[in-house]
Design a protein around this ligand. Sequence first.
Ligand code: BES
Ligand code: MN
Ligand code: ZN
Length: 498
Amino acid sequence: MDFKIVNSTIGKQRSACLIVGVHESGKLTAAAKHLDKSSQNYISKLLKKGDIKGKPDETLLLHAIPNSVADRILLVGCGKETELNDQQFRKIATTATNALDKIGIKECVNYLGELKVSGRDLPWKLRQMTEATCDALYRFEEMKSKKNQRPPSNLKTISFNIPGTANRTNCRDAVKIGQAIANGMTITKDLGNLPGNICTPTYLANKAKAIGKGNSKLKISVLDEKQMTALKMGSFLSVTRGSRQPAKLITLNYSGGKKNEKPVVLVGKGVTFDSGGISIKPSPTMDEMKYDMCGAASVLGVMATVSELNLPINVVGVVPACENMPDGDASKPGDIVTSMSGQTIEVLNTDAEGRLILCDALTYSERFKPAIVIDIATLTDACVMALGSHATGVLGNDDDLVDDLLSAGKTSNDRGWQLPLWEEYDAQLKSNFADMANIGGREGGTITAACFLARFTKDYTWAHLDIAGTAWHSGAKKGGTGRPVPLLTQYLLDRCKP
Ligand code: BES
Ligand code: MN
Ligand code: ZN
């Protein structure tokens, strides 16, 4: 997909299709108004007939426009002008892309940057449209024997029209960032969508190496179980006992910043299939537990985005990867394991495995002398109950960091919502036999899971993103979302600002 920035007079713009907007009030965007005038009210006549009402999910394709050098106009419903917010804008961009994709148009000129979104500038809108376009055109057909069941999109070039007064460089940069984020999201979605029998811990390790290939700033290393045993990662290793697939601890070290600058460490849960182990999950929707490595996949995606953008920052990705399977040798409820930190854990439920692999990865992260550590995990079903599939759960031991992440989520339209990490909740992790239990009861499950992790992150500034609800869609639209790559990338971009 090619994105261009152009600045042209609308009446003179040759193109297969011009994309313009109409609001529910019947109000046309500036470009649409211009086309209406030059075509002797061709558009307003259609509006009067009621062919399009301007609702946000509507489009109308116009042909044979009088006095127009463009072949077509795609009129896109933009809803109520006063209600046009970040989410609506994104939806409009998606609707427009889907319409273009369906018609099979190769190239278009997009004027929707004209829409007014409160508090958002033109570069923001261009970046959102770039991301929304790539997202709408995403296909996952790797596993189909007959490819192109949904043929690859014909759409090859989108030219965003900007006013002559706009800062071209800022607009170009925004589109570049949007493309890099979309590329990272594609990696994240692909890895999530791949089945557990293909996307194994070894597969993730190889993918990390492939992302590092040809980039001298990005170094990959992979530890095997023997090396993890030497590091005394008893908690992580207890989860992989029941699996025939060897566990891996993958590190991606990106050095774009100054040599002595402390890195941001991103730790991603990489359970390539979570059966629950001996505390086995019920069968319906268990297939979706192939997505239990989406935290890891988002770390790989972000590392690819950061490399593509050549950001002047140091970032380390740490991915503990394994399966959680039942077996004669698997961990049993009641087993007590010793984590790398030395703290002992009573495994009361083998399905609370994410925290068991993350705690050792978090202790391991200390060696990078991090400025900040953020872990990303499909950690609790409770998070899906609390926040649904729209917001990522955000918790942490530092309010400034949490605020920065929430703000990055708003800017990138990939939002999070904070949950409290109070000591009262931590008490629920009490064990009669070990330093702590790995579950804290039914109440506040997302918070007690974070409290568990917080016991391993006392020596640095840390936040936890629970992406159980946001990492993939269930049901008919089943598939990875690529979240929270936009949020994390935005956080890193914000850190690059002087
Ligand atoms: N991977 C799951 C969390 C999950 C479940 C994410 C469903 C999305 C949808 C995690 O390993 C898990 O099983 N968590 C348990 C914890 C419980 C045993 C305390 C859960 O949420 O049920
Ligand atoms: Mn589980
Ligand atoms: Zn899990």
